[in-house]
Design a protein around this ligand. Structure first.
Ligand code: ADP
Ligand code: MG
Length: 258
C-alpha cells in the first residue's frame, strides 16, 4: 500500500477535485483505493458519500480515540450518483475535525496518529489518497508523516512561488530530508492563456522534473460533476478531460513506485 497526499496550503487550487477524479481513475483501472477527507470543510465527503454529513464513525473519531475508533470502522464505500464505485472507499470527515485535532495536542506521537492507523489496513488497499486542508496544521502534519508522495496542484490565478517554497520547507522538515518525493502539476490549465502560462512555466522551471508533464485542463464538466455528486468518469465518460486524469494517474502511479 502506498499513500499519496494531495496537498497545497492554498484553498481553491483543485485538491479535492484531484482526489475525486484521480482516485476514480485509479479505481477504474482495478486498484483498490481509499480516499480520506482531512479537510473539516468536508467537500470530498459530501461529493463521495452522496451528500451525507453524519456518520457512525468518521476520521474525526479516529483522531479523537484511535483505540475506541480504529480507522477500519470509518471506512465506507464511496458513491457516485448514489451508486457504489467499484474498488473505491472513503473515510469521511466532519466539522469537528479541527477542534478534535487541537485537543490532541497533549497526546504523545500526535503527528503519527494517521500513519499508525494506515499501517493497520496496509493489506486492504493498493493506494490511499489524502485530501488535505488548506493550511499547515497538525492535520496536515499527520498527512505528511503518512504519505510516500506529495502531489501539489497549482493554478494560474493564485500561484505563488513563496507559498510553494513554504510548503516544500514544511515537507522537508517533517520528512527530515531535503529529498522529498513530491510532484507539482498544473490544474485548470487553459492553453489560450499565454500570459499566465509563460509566467508559470518560468516560475516552475527551477523545479525541473518535479513538474509533471500532465496538466488538467479547465473544464466546466469537472465542477458540474462534483456539484451533482459524481466523478467526472461517471458524469461525462466521454469528456476529453478524462484523458488528462488518465495521464496524470499514470505519472503519479509510476512515482508511487508500486
Ligand atoms: N480543472 C478544473 N476545471 C474547472 N474547474 C475546476 C477545476 N479544478 C477545480 N475546479 C473548481 O475549482 C473550485 C475549487 O476546487 P477544489 O478542488 O475544491 O479546491 P481545493 O480543494 O484545493 O480547495 C471548485 O469549484 C472546482 O469545481
Ligand atoms: Mg478541498
Amino acid at each position: 500500500m502506498k499513500t499519496l497526499a494531495v496537498i497545497n496550503q492554498k484553498g481553491g487550487v483543485g485538491k479535492t477535485t484531484t482526489v475525486i477524479n484521480l482516485s476514480a481513475q485509479l479505481a477504474s483501472e482495478g486498484k483498490r483505493v481509499l480516499v480520506i477527507d482531512l479537510d473539516p470543510q468536508a467537500n470530498l465527503t459530501v461529493v463521495m458519500t452522496g451528500g451525507q454529513y453524519e456518520f457512525d464513525t468518521s476520521i474525526t473519531d479516529v483522531f479523537e480515540s484511535a483505540k475506541k475508533h480504529p480507522i477500519v470502522n470509518a471506512i465506507i464505500p464511496a458513491v457516485s450518483n448514489g451508486e457504489p464505485i467499484a474498488n473505491l472507499c472513503i473515510c469521511p470527515t466532519d466539522i469537528r475535525l479541527s477542534r478534535v485535532i487541537e485537543q490532541s495536542l497533549t497526546k504523545v506521537h500526535r503527528e503519527r496518529i494517521l500513519l499508525k492507523q494506515l499501517e493497520s489496513i496496509a493489506s486492504d488497499f493498493d493506494v490511499v489518497v489524502l485530501d488535505c486542508p488548506p493550511n499547515l496544521s497538525l492535520t496536515s502534519v499527520n498527512a505528511m508523516m503518512a504519505a510516500d508522495l506529495f502531489l501539489i496542484p497549482v493554478d494560474g490565478g493564485s500561484f505563488s512561488l513563496n507559498g510553494l517554497a513554504d510548503l516544500l520547507d514544511a515537507l522537508e522538515e517533517v520528512k527530515e530530508t531535503d529529498d522529498v518525493n513530491y510532484a507539482v502539476f498544473r490544474n485548470e490549465y487553459a492553453k489560450a492563456n499565454k500570459l499566465i502560462n509563460n509566467f508559470l512555466d518560468e516560475q516552475l522551471n527551477g523545479l525541473g522534473d518535479k513538474v509533471l508533464k500532465s496538466t488538467i485542463r479547465r473544464s466546466e464538466a469537472i465542477g458540474q460533476a462534483s456539484v451533482s455528486g459524481e466523478t467526472l468518469l461517471n458524469y461525462q465518460p466521454k469528456s476529453s478531460t478524462i484523458s488528462d486524469y488518465r495521464q496524470l494517474s499514470k505519472e503519479v502511479y509510476a512515482l508511487l513506485n508500486v
